[in-house]
Every structure is written in structure tokens, then in C-alpha cells.
Design a protein around this ligand. Structure first.
Ligand SMILES: NC(=O)C1=CN([C@@H]2O[C@H](COP(=O)(O)OP(=O)(O)OC[C@H]3O[C@@H](n4cnc5c(N)ncnc54)[C@H](O)[C@@H]3O)[C@@H](O)[C@H]2O)C=CC1
Ligand SMILES: O=C(O)CCC(=O)C(=O)O
Length: 530
């Protein structure tokens, strides 16, 4: 008999697959604190949560029988994935079931914002008949900027068209062709900020999206913009938003999510007249809660019964009999994926995994999920992508995957080249994994290098002119950034050249800008191998 603990309010209807199964016993005990959960978790094979339960390392470690943690929803930021992975516990989520519901909440917030509905309601029930203070605006003929065009962002864009809005947006993974079909004009974050009348964010919270809308963005924002966040707190800088509202740059904001939930009683959003808030209700409909509960229950039962399942968020690789030969290359592939994702601009169209030497005679398909994980985790957030869901996520984004023998004639040793083709360019990087030295980048594009894929690497393309190397070295030195190694290459004297520097710490934004300000430098990229 499998024991399942449901520790958050999850739809009973959705849980029926579990409660009715002869081999499963379900306990629903909600509202537990960490200590209480630790004290009862020991005999359970599965734990099912929504977003209230914070599944900490201590809880995971106390769950010695746990085989699976199910999240009835999308975001798994309330689960310690590292702890679960290291305990060999599969974490599954239900990413599709609340998409439409969250999209509809976004519209509810956008319309409430446009027509001051919460403020007008409060005045009316307080006995005031005030028809002058709440002059609204129409959605029709307005520009809606959507940042993050995944499941929810796309649904928002579709519905905005029915309101007569023009939709512009940015997502590094939405191909132009698909955007065109959906009537979305793909553009940059900068253009969205400068031109949209309404803006809504639908990205995960990652290093890249944290405060993606902050002081500098508010400084250039179209005056009178209205902003909605039904994704994750922290994508928009809360303090900077309040300032922008007070300065009249932003006309109003509607937030379902906060940097810290629940927000402190003195949080400025809770008393600002131009901000409306809901307590993380994006997914709270009967339908969505049933959908996610059905989806997650189905996955949990499959995992307990050792049947095939989908939507694993952290599944460690279980390779085939190729394992021994491929094992040295798994980490390399992920690091090559990270490198190429950070080197290349534009929406990803195709990823090619090329192998040479002994690898070329093997089935290299188990390597591809690691490459895709490296590429996608840069944009989707490391906790969203794993070797089990990577291929599925790539296909959802219409990314074409190719595995083949290397086209590079110079490589007779076992090397892996990853080529990334985007809507605007194609770049490639090659690596090897020798038992004596470990993983190495051996070529960046056509340029031979020898770099271990860790820490930070700066890639600089410049015109081959005397003095540039010295200027770069001085600039980094003056900024307290130590250069561990430097490699240079050029196609011909006076032609194009590259500089590849391993640096001891991340180059801050002002250093990147100063590098760009050197006239001979054409392009600078930093690769962070975290
Ligand atoms: N308020 C609520 O109750 C709910 C909130 N959510 C949250 O909504 C967000 C979106 O969810 P889904 O659409 O299901 O996720 P998704 O994974 O389908 O879409 C996210 C999209 O953001 C894009 N993205 C990543 N970095 C970006 C960047 N720097 N700029 C622009 N786009 C970027 C990705 O390429 C991806 O297409 C997530 O944060 C999720 O946790 C989801 C459900 C309910
Ligand atoms: O369970 C909930 O209501 C939170 C939903 C959510 O934020 C998510 O699915 O990412």
C-alpha cells in the first residue's frame, strides 16, 4: 500500500484517482508548519502540495520513504529541488492545467485597473456615490506589451486581440513565424517599455528576469503605462514601481504576486491608491484546481507504480547501457549548452549536436537532453528544466533538434560540437572530456581555445589593432577583475580578432559597457557557468 500525504488544499475531485486506487492510502492534513510536517512525513511515499507548503531540505530529508513530490501547479519555487534530487525523489508539476485560469485572472486585473473597479467598489459600499474620480480608459486600440510568451503569455495575447488591442512582446524562444500566426509583433523589451500602454509579465523568476523592470526601465517608459504582474513577485522591482507611480510615469499597477508572500502589513502596495492587489489568486478557479489535481495525481500514481510519467522537474538521468561510454560527456554537454545560449542572440530555431571520434559511432541521443537543459535553463530558470523534460520543452517551442556526426574535418578525437541557429545568426562551440583533464571547451566557433567550463568567461570580438589587449586588461584590472587566462586569435593581420578571457568574478554591467565603448570592440559576451 502506498501512503500519500496531501498537505495543501487540493481539489478532492482531482484527487479521486488516488483516493479510489486500491493500492493507495491518502491522508489530507493541511496547514502544517515545518516541524509538524517533519514529525509525520516519515512513512509517506508521496507528498502532494500546492504553494502554501514550503518543502524544505529538512522536510525532504525526514521523508525517508518519499519517492515523489507532486506540485499541483506550475512554479516549484516552494520545493527544495536540490534536496529532492539528491534524495532521489522525483518532483512532478502540472504545468498546463492552470494556464487559461491565470490568463483570465490577468485580464480581470487589467480591466479592473483600466476601470478602477476595486477603488470604486470600496467607495460605493462605504456610502459614497462618486462618479467623477474613476474615469477609466478602454483597452480597444491600446498597445499591450507581453513579456514572456509561453503558455500563459500566448493565451493573453490571443484574448487581447478580441479586445481590439495591438499585441507586441518579447520571448527569447518564440519563433517569428509562430508569433506572426498569433498576430504578435515580436520586439525587444526596450521597445515594449517605450511604446506599450499596458504591459503584462509572464516569465518565470530567474536571475535574468529578476527586476527586469526596474529604475532604468521606468526612466524610459511610456508615460501613463498600466502594468500587470500575475507571474512571480520580483520580476518588477516593487520599490521602483512605487516611485514611478508617484512620479506619474506609471498610471496604475495590478499585482497578484509579491517579492515576499504574504507581504508585510506595511507593504506600500497595500495602501497605494493606484495599485490593486490579489493574494496570489491567479490559479484559483474550480476548473484549474481540478485540472492540476487530476494531472498531478495521475503522475504520482504512475511514479509509485513504476509506470512511464511526464512533467518531471528534477528527474536524475537514468541512462541506458551506453552510460559508461557517455557518462564523461553529460556535464560537458550541459556546459556547452549554457555557453552557446549566452553567446547567441535571437529566438532559438535549431540545435545541432555533432560528435566526432569514437562518439560518432555511438547513439548520442542521451546527450541531447543535457545540451537542451543547458540552453533552456538560461532562459526558463534552472529549476524548470531537467533532462527528463528538456526535449519536451524544446519541441513545445518548435526548436528543431539535429544529432549527427561532426562535419569538422580536424576532429578525429571524441569531441562534441553544439551549433545553435537562431532567427538572426548561427554560432557553435566545441568541447571534449579527456579522463586526465576533465571537461574543456576546445573551440569557440573556428577559434581553438582551452578553457574549463566553470566560473566566468568573457568573449570579445574586435578589429585586430595594436593596443586593444592592453586596454581591456587595464580596464578589467582597474575594476578589480583578475584575468586567470587569456587567449587571442585572428583571421588575418588587421582583420577580425577575438579575445577569450577567463576571469575570477562576474564583470558588472558598467565594465561591460566600458568594454563596448572601446571603438574597435564589436561584440562582448559574458558566459557564466553556474
Ligand atoms: N499567479 C499565479 O497564480 C500563477 C503564476 N504562474 C506563473 O506565471 C509564469 C508563466 O507561466 P507559464 O506561461 O506557464 O510558463 P512558461 O514556461 O510556459 O512560459 C514562460 C516564458 O517566459 C519566457 N522567458 C524567460 N525569460 C524571459 C525573458 N528574460 N524575457 C522574456 N521572456 C522570457 C520563456 O521563454 C517562456 O516562454 C510563471 O512564473 C509561473 O510560475 C503560473 C500559474 C499561476
Ligand atoms: O497553487 C497556486 O495557487 C499557485 C499557482 C502558481 O503560482 C503556479 O502554478 O505557478
Amino acid at each position: 500500500m502506498f501512503k500519500v500525504l496531501v498537505s495543501d488544499p487540493i481539489s478532492d475531485f482531482g484527487l479521486q484517482q488516488l483516493t479510489r486506487a486500491a493500492d493507495v492510502e491518502v491522508d489530507k492534513i493541511t496547514g502544517l508548519g515545518e516541524e509538524e510536517l517533519i514529525s509525520i512525513i516519515r512513512p509517506y511515499d508521496a507528498l502532494l502540495v500546492r504553494s502554501q507548503t514550503k518543502v524544505t531540505r529538512r522536510i525532504v530529508e525526514a521523508g525517508v520513504q518519499l519517492k515523489v513530490i507532486g506540485r499541483a501547479g506550475v512554479g516549484v519555487d516552494n520545493i527544495d529541488l536540490d534536496a529532492a534530487t539528491s534524495q532521489g525523489i522525483v518532483v512532478v508539476n502540472a504545468p498546463d492545467g492552470n494556464t487559461v485560469t491565470t490568463c483570465e485572472h490577468t485580464f480581470a486585473m487589467m480591466m479592473a485597473l483600466a476601470r478602477h473597479i476595486p477603488q470604486a467598489y470600496a467607495q460605493t459600499v462605504a456610502g459614497h456615490w462618486d462618479r467623477k474620480s474613476f474615469l477609466g480608459v478602454e483597452l480597444r486600440h491600446k498597445i499591450l506589451g507581453v513579456l514572456g510568451l509561453g503558455r500563459i503569455g500566448i493565451e493573453v495575447a490571443k484574448r487581447a486581440a478580441a479586445f481590439g488591442m495591438t499585441v507586441i512582446g518579447y520571448d527569447p524562444f518564440l519563433p517569428e513565424e509562430k508569433a506572426n500566426k498569433l498576430g504578435i509583433k515580436l520586439t525587444t523589451v526596450d521597445e515594449v517599455i517605450r511604446t506599450a500602454d499596458f504591459m503584462t509579465v509572464h516569465t518565470p523568476l530567474t536571475n535574468e528576469t529578476h527586476h527586469m523592470i526596474a529604475g532604468p526601465q521606468f526612466d524610459v517608459m511610456k508615460r501613463g503605462m498600466r502594468i500587470v504582474n500575475c507571474a512571480r513577485g520580483g520580476i518588477i522591482d516593487e520599490a521602483a514601481l512605487v516611485e514611478a507611480l508617484d512620479e506619474g510615469i506609471v498610471a496604475g499597477a495590478a499585482f497578484d504576486v509579491f517579492e515576499h508572500e504574504p507581504p508585510a502589513p506595511d507593504h506600500p502596495f497595500l495602501r497605494h491608491p493606484k495599485i490593486i492587489v490579489t493574494p496570489h489568486l491567479g490559479a484559483s478557479t474550480l476548473e484549474a484546481q481540478e485540472n492540476v489535481a487530476v494531472d498531478v495525481s495521475e503522475q504520482v500514481i504512475h511514479i509509485l507504480r513504476h509506470e512511464p510519467f511526464k512533467n518531471a522537474v528534477n528527474m536524475p538521468a537514468v541512462p541506458t547501457d551506453l552510460l559508461n561510454k557517455l557518462q564523461p560527456y553529460f556535464t560537458l554537454c550541459e556546459q556547452l549548452g549554457k555557453a552557446i545560449a549566452q553567446m547567441t542572440d535571437g529566438a532559438v530555431c535549431q540545435v545541432t549536436v555533432e560528435c566526432s571520434g569514437e562518439l560518432a559511432d555511438l547513439d548520442i541521443s542521451p546527450l541531447t537532453p543535457y545540451v537542451i537543459k543547458g540552453i533552456l535553463s538560461h532562459h526558463l530558470g534552472a529549476e524548470q528544466v531537467n533532462v527528463v523534460n528538456a526535449i519536451h520543452l524544446a519541441k513545445f517551442r518548435d526548436i528543431h533538434l539535429v544529432e549527427r556526426k561532426s562535419l569538422l574535418t580536424q576532429s578525429s578525437s571524441s569531441e562534441i560540437t553544439i551549433r545553435l541557429k537562431t532567427a538572426i545568426e548561427e554560432r557553435w562551440v566545441t568541447g571534449s572530456a579527456l579522463p586526465s583533464v576533465g571537461e574543456r571547451l576546445v573551440r569557440i566557433g573556428p577559434y581553438p581555445v582551452e578553457i574549463s567550463p566553470d566560473g566566468f568567461v568573457l568573449l570579445i570580438s574586435q578589429k585586430d589593432r595594436p593596443g586593444i589587449i592592453g586596454r581591456v586588461g587595464t580596464l578589467l584590472g582597474d575594476s578589480g577583475i583578475n584575468i586567470a587566462t587569456m587567449q587571442v586569435g585572428r583571421n588575418e593581420a588587421g582583420g577580425s580578432a577575438v579575445m577569450i578571457l577567463k576571469i575570477d568574478k562576474k564583470a558588472p554591467k558598467n565594465v561591460m559597457e566600458s568594454l563596448y565603448a572601446i571603438p574597435e570592440i564589436k561584440r562582448v559576451r559574458e558566459i557564466a557557468f553556474d
